[in-house]
Design a protein around this ligand. Structure first.
Ligand SMILES: CC(C)(COP(=O)(O)OP(=O)(O)OC[C@H]1O[C@@H](n2cnc3c(N)ncnc32)[C@H](O)[C@@H]1OP(=O)(O)O)[C@@H](O)C(=O)NCCC(=O)NCCS
Length: 285
């Protein structure tokens, strides 16, 4: 599902186990992890739009564990697509679903969020294209976001699909941009332009292209060079603990609510209409 390769020659911190994984990677990995001078660059590459299906979420979850084992200086999340960071949840996982797979899909999403939001190493997202819904959540779970300037959008549009926004998703957005803007974006299913995203704080910086976005993420991670790692990670996790605890507390109930909601015939009809619009290119662009 994923590979680990070296980008630069000064990758001294990669453990031998990383190279073992490299040799056992599949021929068509959905997640690529590369070492860039001690920083892990995790690239989502489920063509064409990185929609988050069960297998991609499992690959991200596994890759996060492997990156953590290598104790990087930080991790940058980005996409192999030239125009899409991630299209968010794969709608086909929710349309006419099989209960067991649907449950696994949702709990893996919760797991990915928990690992990424609670990642003890520095994290940044180089958003090189559209980042609706789950794409926005992945980016918001990182500590810093740079976004390539262009006709791209970012936000959480679940309500447009008839999906009420889960508590932990709301909390993640609120954590970064505050309640007022989060409420407005979530209730109106707004997908912000890059300029709007910068204004409300959904992103921290714009970038001219993907390389620039990654450079800016590296600069952010570089800020922590002189900070003792344990003090940094303990502080990060303490600040994020409330949200992480909340997830633990509501996880089962959140899954039960999701399963019930998605399998409701009315919701299935809403999804069908949305899929048709998407196919007809009339959805949200
Ligand atoms: C992400 C996006 C802006 C990319 O636009 P694009 O590059 O022009 O790509 P397309 O819209 O042509 O999408 C490519 C294909 O993926 C499908 N697709 C797009 N988003 C998808 C999703 N989230 N899940 C499943 N399939 C999706 C499209 O229907 C299209 O299928 P087709 O090739 O069979 O027609 C656009 O696809 C989009 O807005 N997607 C919906 C995102 C969304 O609402 N996510 C919320 C999920 S909860």
């Amino acid at each position: 599902m994923w590979t680990f390769r070296q980008l630069s020659k000064n990758a001294t911190r990669i453990s031998p186990s990383a190279y073992r994984h490299m040799s056992t990677s599949s021929a068509n990995p959905q997640v690529d992890v590369a070492d860039d001078g001690g920083i892990a660059v995790m690239t989502l590459q489920r063509a064409p739009i990185n929609s988050l299906n069960l297998e991609l979420l499992q690959a991200i979850s596994k890759a996060l564990d492997d990156v953590a084992k290598n104790k990087p200086d930080g991790m940058i999340l980005t996409s192999a697509s030239p125009t899409v960071f991630s299209a968010g949840l794969d709608i086909m996982e929710m349309y006419k679903p099989k209960q067991k797979r649907l449950e696994q899909f949702w709990t893996t999403l919760q797991e990915v969020w928990t690992k990424l939001f609670g990642f003890k190493f520095a994290t940044a997202a180089a958003i090189n294209g559209h980042a609706p819904a789950g794409g926005c959540i992945l980016a918001l779970s990182c500590e810093y976001r740079t976004m390539v300037d262009g006709k791209y959008t970012i936000g959480i549009n679940d309500t447009a699909l008839g999906i009420s926004v889960p508590q932990w998703v709301m909390d993640t957005m609120r954590y970064t941009i505050g309640s007022r803007d989060a409420e407005l974006i979530l209730t109106s299913a707004t997908l912000c332009t890059v300029a709007e995203a910068l204004k409300v704080g959904l992103i921290d910086e714009t970038a001219s292209d993907k390389a620039d976005a990654i450079e800016k993420c590296k600069k952010f991670i570089g800020k922590f060079k002189k900070i003792p790692p344990l003090a940094r990670s303990t502080t990060k996790l303490k600040i994020r603990q409330e949200l992480l605890n909340n997830m633990k507390r509501i996880q089962q109930q959140d899954t039960a609510e999701f399963l019930q909601h998605i399998q409701n015939p009315e919701e299935q009809r809403d999804l069908e209409i949305y899929i048709q619009k998407l196919k007809a290119k009339k959805a949200i662009k």
